[in-house]
Ligand binder design. Structure first.
Ligand code: HPA
Length: 263
C-alpha cells in the first residue's frame, strides 16, 4: 500500500543508525507517558531533530526521542513524543509512526494518550482501553481510502483480559476526537456525554484510521489526566496531565509491556 516517499528514507537512516529492519511492536507514548522508555531493555534512542523528515514536537511532556530496544523479549520501537494535527502538521505527518510501523513490518501498534473524562463514573488516573471513536465535527482525511473499518472491539476484549491477568482493573469506552489545542467548553462536554463519549482528546484517531487502512493491528489506551470541562470544579491545565501520568506510570508500563507480550 502506498506510503509517502520520505518514509523509506527515514527507515534507511534508522537501520544505518543501528535499528533492526523489522520489529514486533511500535508504541506511541502520549503526553506525560514518556517514562515508559525506562522499561525498554538495552535501549538506545535518537533525538527526533537528528532524523530526516521528523517533525520536532512542541508540546510539554513530549520529549522528542525515538527508542529502540526489547520489552518482554520482543523488539520494540517507541515514539516518546507524538505529532498532533493541531501543531500544524498535515495528517500524513501525524500518522508517521503508523507508516514506520508498516515499513518495519510491526505486528501491532500500541497508541496511548492523555484524555479528559466525560463519563462521570471515571476518575483521574483511570486507564481506559478505547473500543470505539467519535470524530466530532472534524473529518480526519488521511490518504485516499474509502474503507475505514475500525475493528477495535476484539482487541479491546483481549486487552481487558490481559490487564486483568496483570492485576489491573481498566475501563473501556469511546474516545471523542477533537482537533484542539484549546480545551472544550462545558456545553460541548455535556453534548459529548449525550452522544455517548467517555473521554475526549486531541490525538489517536488519525493513527487508528491509518492503521486500519494498512491492516495493522492497533491497540489504543487513554490515561484520564483530568475530568473534562465542567465535570469537576476548577480550571483545566497541562500540569494535571503530568501529575496523573506520574501516579500511574508503573501501571501503564505493566499494561503496555503485557500487551506487547501477549496481544
Ligand atoms: N480535553 C481534550 N484533550 C485532553 C484533555 C481534555 O480535557 N485532557 C487531556 N487531553
Amino acid at each position: 500500500m502506498e506510503l509517502p516517499n520520505y518514509v523509506s528514507e527515514i527507515k534507511n537512516f534508522l537501520v544505518e543508525s543501528g535499528f533492526p529492519s523489522s520489529v514486533d511492536s511500535v508504541v506511541i507514548l502520549g503526553s506525560g507517558l514518556g517514562d515508559f522508555s525506562d522499561t525498554i531493555e538495552n535501549s538506545f534512542s535518537i533525538d527526533y531533530i537528528q532524523i530526516p523528515h521528523f517533525p520536532a514536537p512542541s508540546v510539554q511532556g513530549h520529549s522528542g526521542k525515538l527508542f529502540y530496544g526489547k520489552v518482554a523479549g520482543k523488539d520494540v520501537i517507541a515514539f516518546s513524543g507524538r505529532f498532533h494535527h493541531y501543531e500544524g502538521y498535515s495528517f500524513s505527518k501525524t500518522v508517521l509512526p503508523v507508516h514506520l510501523a508498516n515499513l518495519f513490518s510491526a505486528k501491532k501498534i500500541i497508541i496511548s494518550n492523555a484524555a479528559g473524562a466525560i463519563n462521570t463514573n471515571f476518575k483521574v488516573g483511570d486507564l481506559m482501553v478505547i473500543d470505539d471513536v467519535f470524530r466530532f465535527f472534524h473529518s480526519v482525511p488521511i490518504l485516499p481510502s474509502n474503507s475505514f473499518r475500525y475493528n477495535l472491539y476484539p482487541v479491546a476484549d483481549r486487552m481487558r483480559k490481559i490487564a486483568a491477568e496483570s492485576g489491573l482493573d481498566i475501563q473501556r469506552g469511546t474516545y471523542m476526537y477533537v482537533k484542539g489545542p484549546n480545551y472544550e467548553s462545558k456545553a460541548e462536554i455535556r453534548a459529548f456525554r449525550i452522544l455517548g463519549a467517555d473521554v475526549v482528546g486531541m490525538s489517536t484517531v488519525p493513527e487508528l484510521i491509518e492503521s486500519s487502512r494498512l491492516g495493522l493491528k492497533a491497540a489504543a489506551i487513554s490515561l484520564v489526566t483530568n475530568m473534562a470541562a465542567g465535570v469537576s470544579k476548577g480550571k483545566l491545565d497541562h500540569s494535571e496531565v503530568k501529575e496523573a501520568a506520574e501516579k500511574r506510570k508503573e501501571d501503564f508500563a505493566i499494561l503496555v509491556s503485557s500487551i506487547i507480550e501477549k496481544l
